[in-house]
Design a binder for this molecule. Structure first.
Ligand code: LMR
Length: 397
């Protein structure tokens, strides 16, 4: 039987971390995976999260099972964060929310639900998109195609192409959209452009699936989440996956949520019952700690204020790092990469070719994705100079 198992290629993102970990060169820099590192090059434990964890440990609670859909306090807290605590759609009980294993887990539970309801639907993802979107929706059984998004000439969004592709999509097509901090390009739609996208999706009877993994890393928590209210206001059904890996620096706790916004409380009840079956038959119910930490931070006013300040600090530090990188490149004669400073979120879509990215890795121990994506959130004053020098070197070949 197992002779039939072929050797699969390494994951384009996490496989790179494996290669990085095996690299013995002390000067190595991992700009592959989307993880924010502090000035010391280490993963931060946010002060609010540490305090929440200390409080939880002091309670010495026994480790019971959570419900299939997760921790009620967590669900309520994140629904408030995403939709607003006073949102009418919550009061109307029109949102089905489950705790998930990070953003990826939310996408997979949502994909499984959609496939159960409409196995023939096509999924559209942006071109380019997060490397795992195509794989995940393909594995869930869908045909996956792409809509135009990035325009390499303009270093921005091909908005006309995007609208045209959405208008041409069959009703029922599932459209995966990045709510903020587009991964990998770092180019987001303006709110006016979102208005047009929301209207086209509605008119065409498409099924929006918003992926929000970087809330707070663009302009702010409210600003980055603003598109959600636009979808709610449009009255169309949609799905929304969120991740708290980055915004709470809780990567290993695998904590996220999936919400499905529907037209009635009855639909929400039926959808929730199906989501619970998907979860129960995959991993039964989710783990406790990440949910307890997020719920504690979001519901305690002091911890929440501290979290918002710290997240804001990460956001502005990334912007500074972008500028220092651009300046470092300019000082080495690379004048045409100023666009890095204006991109949003953790990534820079550098425009470097696959060969240049491979050369960065093999010759300079600087790890980024073959697509040219680099995680600028992993830069610091200790490695910036080397990275700028390495980029300049591969660009000059
Ligand atoms: C990334 O894009 O690097 C992150 O979302 C981590 C992941 O799971 O790929």
């Amino acid at each position: 039987l197992f002779d039939r198992a072929e050797l699969a290629p390494a994951d384009p993102i996490l496989g790179l971390t494996e290669a990085f970990n095996a690299d013995a060169r002390p000067e190595k820099v991992n700009l592959g995976v989307g993880v924010y590192l502090g000035e010391d090059g280490k993963l931060p434990l946010m002060a609010s999260v540490r305090e929440a964890e200390e409080r939880l440990v002091a309670q010495r609670k026994p480790k019971s099972y959570l419900g299939i859909d997760g921790m009620p306090a967590f669900r309520e807290a994140v629904r408030g964060l995403i939709f607003g605590t006073e949102a009418q759609v919550l009061a109307d009980a029109r949102v089905a929310t489950v705790q998930s294993l990070g953003g990826t887990g939310a996408l997979k539970v949502g994909a499984d639900l959609l496939h159960q309801l409409d196995p023939e639907a096509t999924v559209l993802i942006s071109d380019p998109s997060w490397e795992n979107h195509r794989a995940l929706f393909t594995r869930a059984g869908f045909k996956v195609e792409a809509y135009r998004y990035y325009d390499p000439e303009a270093k921005g969004i091909d908005f006309d192409g995007l609208l045209e592709d959405l208008r041409a999509a069959e009703p029922g097509t599932i459209v995966v959209l990045h709510a903020c901090c587009h991964n990998p390009t770092g180019y987001d739609l303006s709110l006016e452009q979102w208005d047009q996208i929301v209207a086209v999706l509605d008119e065409r009877g498409l099924v929006p699936f918003l992926d929000m993994a970087y809330q707070g890393f663009g302009f702010g928590i409210a600003e980055d989440g603003a598109v959600v209210a636009k979808f709610v206001a449009s009255g169309q059904d949609f799905l929304l996956s969120t991740s708290y890996s980055k915004s709470f620096s809780l990567y290993g706790e695998r904590i996220g949520s999936l919400s499905v916004v529907l037209g009635s409380a009855d639909s929400a009840k039926r959808v929730l019952s199906q989501l619970k079956i998907t979860i129960r038959t995959n991993y039964s119910n989710p783990p406790t700690l990440g949910a307890a930490l997020v719920a504690t931070v979001l519901t305690d006013p002091d911890l929440r204020a501290s979290w918002e300040t710290e997240l804001g600090g990460m956001r502005s530090r990334i912007k500074e790092l972008r500028q220092v990188l651009v300046d470092g490149l300019a000082a080495r004669g690379i004048q045409d990469m100023g666009f890095i400073a204006g991109q949003l979120g953790m990534f820079s879509y550098s425009g470097l070719t696959k060969d240049q990215m491979v050369a960065l890795r093999t010759e300079h121990a600087v790890y980024g994705l073959d697509s040219g994506r680099m995680c600028v959130a992993a830069l610091n004053t200790g490695n910036l100079d080397r990275v700028a020098g390495a980029i300049a070197s591969v660009r000059s070949k």
